[in-house]
Design a binder for this molecule. Structure first.
Ligand code: SF4
Length: 332
């Protein structure tokens, strides 16, 4: 099968004890059945500790929602005691994501991790491809997949070449026409139409995002404070716009092709467009609030947004649904 991923994925290294916001804190960590079985057979004192800290197929989180095996140096005791190969699937993979489409496997690293976010923001989203042994996976409609691969390529290439905000508006219109074709049962690519950037008031989206179930209880308040800021700059520098463009590429790469399973194309293009716009606005709010939005500010904001939206199934669905037809996001 073909394995495709952004080149920067190869550079990903977890910063472990140096991470300022470890993914071993605050998340429920489910253990896959094979690893749970392995943990059941670990002997000695560590085996006992392991079993005492597992309940209902997940680690029992400690104070401040810490994984019980995250030690005071920020390192993983399971890794230290049993080796990397004994980590459960979720700990082995995170923040990597994978998706299988018949004979195609794609993957990358997720924006919720600060090391991954640094790569996504700073590296060109070039894709690598290799042939790997087949893996068991669900099949999909190959004809639709081929069409969506072409459509995604068109969007990614326009995003990389054209001015960002007009490209986002044009991509949404392209997605809408592609959706119409598919809804009529026509597997036909629409023509790309160059449109001017839509006039968008991102501050009017604050309540929509603030009313979602938060991962961090401080998130809704933070958004509302941003919404109340005055003198938010209208534009971003070319450098920041370029970083936003890479986020757009990440989102289109990660989500667009999933439409092969449910036929939902438009909502995924608009998910990317709305998210890029909103993140750009949050960066502009940071400039209004603190006089600048440096690289680490950008990373922090992207990471927070990703945790709230991308890593909550419920919130991601909510945004996908709303992006499809809520008047709030009609004009993008
Ligand atoms: S968030 Fe990323 S860098 Fe931090 S501990 Fe998790 S994988 Fe490592």
């Amino acid at each position: 099968m073909i394995w495709r991923y952004p080149k920067y994925m190869e550079k990903f290294r977890c910063s472990a004890g140096d991470c300022t916001d470890s993914c071993c804190i605050g998340w429920e960590i489910c253990i896959d059945p094979a690893t749970e079985e392995l943990y059941r057979r670990v002997e000695g004192k560590f085996g006992e500790i392991l079993r005492k800290n597992i309940s209902g197929g997940a680690f029992v989180l400690g104070k401040d929602q810490r994984c019980p095996f995250l030690n005071e140096r920020g390192l993983c005791d399971i890794y230290i005691e049993l080796g990397e190969e004994s980590l459960c699937q979720i700990c082995t993979d995170h923040p990597r994501f994978f998706e299988w489409f018949g004979g195609l496997k794609e993957g990358g690293v997720g924006l919720c991790c600060e090391e991954a976010a640094r790569l996504i923001l700073s590296c060109e989203p070039e894709l690598s491809e290799e042939t790997v042994p087949d893996e068991d996976c669900e099949g999909c409609d190959e004809e639709l997949l081929a069409l969506l691969l072409d459509a995604r390529q068109e969007i990614l290439s326009r995003l990389s070449k054209c001015s960002l905000f007009p490209a986002l508006t044009s991509a949404a219109a392209y997605g809408e026409r592609l959706q119409e074709n598919l809804d009529r049962g026509e597997l036909v690519l629409p023509k790309w139409e160059e449109l001017p950037a839509a006039e968008v008031q991102e501050a009017s989206w604050v309540e929509f995002f603030a009313e979602m179930e938060p991962f961090d209880p401080a998130w809704p308040g933070y958004l509302r404070r941003c919404g109340a800021l005055r003198d938010v700059p209208e534009e971003l520098s070319a450098e920041l716009e370029d970083r936003l463009r890479r986020i757009g590429a990440y989102l289109i790469f990660r989500y667009f092709l999933k439409g092969v399973f449910d036929g939902e194309i438009l909502s995924r293009v608009k998910l990317a467009a709305v998210s890029v716009r909103f993140l750009g606005w949050l960066w502009r709010c940071r400039i209004a609030e603190r006089g600048g939005c440096g690289f680490e500010d950008q990373v922090e904001i992207c990471k927070a947004w990703s945790k709230e939206i991308e890593y909550s199934e419920e919130n991601l669905e909510r945004l996908l649904d709303a992006a499809y037809d809520e008047p709030l996001f009609r004009n993008i």
